[in-house]
Design a protein around this ligand. Structure first.
Ligand code: X1X
Length: 326
């Protein structure tokens, strides 16, 4: 399997000191991908920046390629303060702890890259960050992302008629299934590590994802059609365990916050630049066939009432309005 089964081991943040030497510190992180993915590049940049700004040397032990499981595993580790200190977690994978956080990656919430950047560079998401800290003891220290999420399927989908009843995997947050259900597809929540097999065995006919992740996990081997629904621009919060953060000195906390913010900005530049290049690379290599989607405006009209209802249920209408006003 391309994915490990979420090995658990205790003791993430390790600080040791002797009378004669300053404290050594090790911070452990986890990534779904290898070094070629902007996801991992962001986390590596975070480590570099911490060492640039800190007075003492910090050792970064970043476990790649899902060695420590997938994002829902990372959430459990971080909230308990075991195994890892930091990771990237898709907002939809935080739904279990903080139901409003998936507003951040709700399909069709951003108009375009400029809107997405304006939101992530502002403090408009602060109420969601506060909710996450309060309910799960998780601290968002920066925002990376920037890949555009499209449909990836084992058959061609070019319009609403072809989307109708399409069995597709979605992330675990209820809002994801509601949006794609309203768009007339037949969504089901399946763990990311199971998606390739689920398509291969016909449980579903596809998923939705960014170019970099499609390339890395070779979903095109079982689902070679990409439909440019451009329904999401990926938001990748860099999340630090509140338990690990509390163990840091005030100086080191300031360094972590500064490095997290800057690593997020760096990750946004990298991923938004690489996204189109990776799509073209797969197209040129004939790994994928790319299709326009004829009815995007109709799709938008179908999902907007669901977005509004979701925000209202969570008491987050003002927040959704503030995001849209950016
Ligand atoms: O769909 C998923 O579960 C995953 O998709 C991507 O590859 C990543 O953005 C990751 O964060 C996760 O959300």
């Amino acid at each position: 399997s391309k994915f490990a089964s979420g090995a658990v081991f205790a003791g993430a943040l390790v600080i040791s000191a002797t009378a004669t030497q300053a404290a050594d510190m090790t911070l452990r992180g986890a990534s779904l991908f290898d070094e070629s993915h902007a996801y991992t590049k962001t986390l590596m940049k975070f480590g570099e920046l911490v060492n640039k700004y800190a007075d003492t040397e910090v050792t970064f032990d970043l476990r790649l390629n899902s060695e420590l499981g997938i994002e829902p595993d990372y959430v459990n580790f971080l909230t308990q303060g075991v195994a890892i200190d930091y990771a990237i977690i898709a907002p939809s994978n935080l739904a279990r702890f903080a139901p409003a956080v998936p507003l951040m990656d709700m399909p069709f919430v951003f108009r375009d890259l400029e809107h997405w950047n304006a939101v992530l560079s502002s403090d408009v998401l602060k109420p969601l960050e506060d909710e996450l800290l309060e309910k799960a003891d998780l601290k968002i220290i920066g925002y990376a992302g920037g890949g555009t999420r499209n449909l990836i399927s084992d058959k061609q989908i070019s319009n609403l008629e072809e989307l109708k009843g399409h069995k597709m995997r979605v992330m675990g947050a209820p809002i994801q299934a509601r949006i794609f259900g309203a768009a007339s597809a037949a969504p089901s929540a399946i763990a990311y590590s199971e998606v390739y097999n689920a398509i291969q065995t016909g449980v579903v006919s596809g998923l939705e994802n960014e170019a970099a992740s499609l390339l890395q996990y070779k979903f095109f081997e079982v689902a070679p059609h990409v439909t440019l629904t451009q329904h999401s621009i990926t938001v990748r919060p860099i999340v630090f365990s509140g338990k690990s953060f509390a163990k840091l000195s005030p100086e080191m906390q300031a360094v972590v916050l500064k490095a997290g913010k800057e690593a997020g900005e760096y990750g946004r530049k990298v991923e938004s630049t690489e996204d189109g290049q990776k799509l073209t690379q797969m197209k040129d290599a004939k790994q994928i066939e790319v299709h326009e989607f004829a009815d995007r405006d109709k799709l938008l009209a179908m999902v907007i009432p669901v977005q509004k209802a979701y925000a209202e249920e969570l008491g987050a209408t003002a927040l959704l309005d503030a995001i849209q006003a950016k």
